[in-house]
Design a protein around this ligand. Structure first.
Ligand code: GDP
Ligand code: MG
Length: 678
């Protein structure tokens, strides 16, 4: 009976037609309404509005033809009228009429309608022309991506009109959430800030929509927000607008528009299949398209990605190694100077030891790797800002799909190369909880920058001639373990279907030096901050444990730390590094993985000594096993915290236990199998 009530209440429907000029809106309007349309005027404005009606089944449907527009900004009156009607008139359904032969352009308005939270039915009109051109559109996929129904029509031949009417009736009561376009890390951060500021500002628009438009500088939305007392949000959005502009050297509004087009580009790539491209069309391909056809090619895409990553690592290590020597010299000098100075002021022996053996050698050992890390981030920033990283994700998307995984999960994994903490937070952009969980669980296997010092240290001693390749192999191992684990978890815990999702493909462009430097600095400074806080604290704890009891020699086997190490050592014997120092280093690596190197520095008396000392303890094979262990064995404290924040203690415990097991197993496996061959 309740159901009947709703039907009775909803017998009258109001729908709006939106679309670019020449998309076929008038033709659709006439096909829907027959001869019943009449022409009227909007109150107060001179823009012509058309209204008509049709009956379908039990429904009386009013059709409002909105002015033909490309967007819904407040710049033109047409666009403002359309927007006002959608927001204030609240039509039950908005039909987005598109010229399907030019989807790249036509979908822009559709995307804006979706962001506005309208109940959209996407109408791919002019499909007759599409068929002639032998272009197929996968409307099921498109519908899944846009989370909205999609229908095909050829309005001038009245084909598909019945289906359109049916879709309108079927979906008139659909609950819709405003669509979220991913604007990329930097812009998203600002949107989130503005949204928070808008907490008590209730407009007719969705919050996120208001926030994005404020950021773009939409004056009409600004006026509305101002009237409702949201000055602070406007202030913040203006600041953010300028900040982003400075950072990228591009206009913020342009950047956001580009992101919407990038999203559309992704949809078209996923859903539109050209069986054969006529010569006339081929000439229209832009440079960006031409590059994409090589870079995202089915066969070349992944090899090209791998070559680019390999080159990146090669560059990072050749130049970085040279710079690192200078930093090394600096810390050696600093240790000497501090000893002399402390002696001159009569400081006690233990203080000299704390500063010299503990802080300077520990922190110094970690900071030596700053040039490498900055260079790697520099290279990644170039790849990101030029638009290549988005292609890399697109290329990997295919591989991920093939593995039954979610393509978009690759983005948090890419971020994971920098640091797993923001990467785990970035999984929030994934819409399904299961995909999020999977991505969170495997993210720590992505080799974050904190592991880099370990690789650099060991490869510079044991693999001098193949440093870049060895490090590259570890990154690759991390990816493989992550992908395979995800596959296993998926079949164990969540057997659900993968929803297609779109990779944004922004146009290629010359990155600006400023943008690259800022991006590089943002990430490198996180590393520095960690070196200044967690690592200093860790190093002090290690120094303490290495100094007591005072009767024993500093950092010797008889100290507290020695006992701890001896307790752990037997565990690592099958992996080839069953001596107490390795156990201690790995134990403290839980604080932060950089600490592994810092601990070694402290235990063996400074970074400069490691090159001499370590070959007595490791062979190249056990060094590799040790790096594998360091890569896989456990997320650091900060990542464990992030996992806990995003999931619960059960999944956190699972992630820790699983990674310990995997790390140990792989290290042992590499060592044992390696030993039989060498
Ligand atoms: P509006 O500007 O969106 O109102 O577009 P119109 O309805 O005026 O249509 C623009 C042109 O496209 C007209 O010449 C229509 O006849 C033509 N047209 C509309 N729908 C179709 C279709 O499905 N197929 C083809 N081939 N032409 C169409
Ligand atoms: Mg018209």
């Amino acid at each position: 009976m309740e159901k009947a009530d709703i039907v009775a209440e909803r017998k009258n429907l109001c729908i709006a037609l939106g679309g670019n000029p020449n998309a076929g809106k008038s033709t659709i309007f006439n096909a829907l309404t027959g001869g019943h349309q009449h022409v009227g005027n909007w109150p107060g404005v001179t823009v012509e509005k058309r209204e008509g009606r049709f009956r379908y089944k039990d429904y009386e449907v009013k059709v409002v033809d909105l002015p033909g527009t490309y967007s819904l900004t407040a710049y033109s009156l047409d666009e403002k009228v359309a927007r006002d009607f959608l927001v204030k008139g609240k039509p039950d359904v908005t039909v987005a009429v598109t010229d399907s032969t030019n989807l790249e352009r036509n979908l822009y308005l559709t995307v804006v309608l979706l962001e506005l939270g309208a109940n959209v039915i996407l109408d791919l009109n002019m499909t007759d022309i599409l068929e002639n051109k032998k272009i197929a559109v996968d409307i099921e996929k498109m519908s899944k991506i846009l989370k909205s129904p999609v229908v095909r029509t050829s309005a001038n031949k009245k084909i598909g009109i019945e289906q359109l009417k049916e879709a309108i009736i079927q979906n008139s009561k659909r609950k819709v959430e405003p669509y979220r376009i991913d604007y990329g890390e930097d812009i998203e951060r600002e949107i989130e800030k503005i949204e928070r500021e808008l907490e008590n500002v209730e407009t007719d628009y969705p919050k996120r929509f208001v926030a994005t438009r404020l950021l773009e500088g939409d004056t009409e939305i600004m006026d509305i927000v101002k009237k409702l007392g949201g000055e602070s949000a406007i202030e913040i959005s203006k600041e953010a607008h300028l900040k982003l502009e400075k950072k990228f050297g591009y206009d913020t509004e342009t950047m956001m528009i580009e992101r919407r087009y990038a999203f559309i580009e992704g949809i078209v790539k996923e859903c539109v299949h050209r069986q054969h491209i006529p010569h006339t069309l081929r000439e229209r391909f832009s440079t960006s398209d031409k590059i994409d056809r090589i870079v995202t090619n089915k066969f070349l895409g992944i090899p090209i990605f791998l070559v680019i990553m390999w080159l990146t690592f090669q560059l990072t290590f050749t130049i970085g190694g040279w710079l690192a020597d200078y930093i090394d010299m600096f810390f050696g000098w600093l240790a000497e100077v501090s000893t002399i100075w402390l002696a001159s002021i009569g400081a006690p022996q233990w203080l000299d030891s704390l500063i010299g053996n503990g802080i300077i050698s520990g922190v110094g050992t970690v900071l030596v790797f700053l040039p490498n890390i900055m260079l790697l981030f520099f290279a990644i920033a170039i790849l990101e800002d030029s638009g290549y990283m988005a292609r890399a994700a697109f290329v990997m998307d295919r591989l991920m799909h093939a593995m039954g995984l979610h393509g978009k999960s690759f983005i948090p994994m890419l971020i994971g190369f920098g640091c797993n903490v923001p990467a785990i937070m970035a999984t929030r952009t994934l819409s399904s909880r299961k995909d999020r969980l999977l991505t969170i669980l495997v993210n720590p296997f992505m080799s974050c920058s904190a592991r880099l010092p370990i690789y650099i240290l060991f490869t510079s001693i044991f693999f001098t001639r193949h440093q870049g390749s060895i490090v590259f192999s570890l990154y690759l191992l991390g990816i493989i373990v992550a992908v395979v684990s995800a596959r296993v978890f998926k079949s164990l815990f969540f057997k659900h279907e993968v929803a297609p999702l779109v990779m944004e493909l922004p146009p290629y462009r010359m990155p600006t030096i400023k943008g690259i430097l800022i991006h590089m600095w943002e990430r490198s400074s996180a590393f520095l901050k960690k070196a200044g806080t967690i690592i200093v604290a860790g190093v002090i704890v290690i120094w303490f444990l290495a100094s007591f009891p005072t009767s024993a020699e500093y950092a010797s086997q008889q100290t507290l730390i020695g006992h701890l190490g001896q307790f752990l050592a037997p565990l690592f014997k099958p992996a080839g590094f069953g001596f107490w120092q390795a156990g201690v280093a790995l134990f403290f690596g839980i604080i932060a993985k950089e600490t592994v190197v810092g601990t070694m520095g402290a235990l063996f008396g400074g970074e400069e000594k490691l090159a001499v000392v370590l070959p007595h303890f490791f062979t190249p094979l056990s060094a590799y096993a040790f790096m594998v262990m360091s890569l896989l064995y456990i997320p650091c404290i900060a990542s464990i915290g992030a996992i806990y924040r995003e999931t619960n203690w059960k999944w956190t415990t699972f992630a820790v236990a699983y990674s310990l097991l995997i790390g140990w197993t792989f290290a042992v496996m590499f060592y044992q199998i390696g030993s039989t061959f060498i």
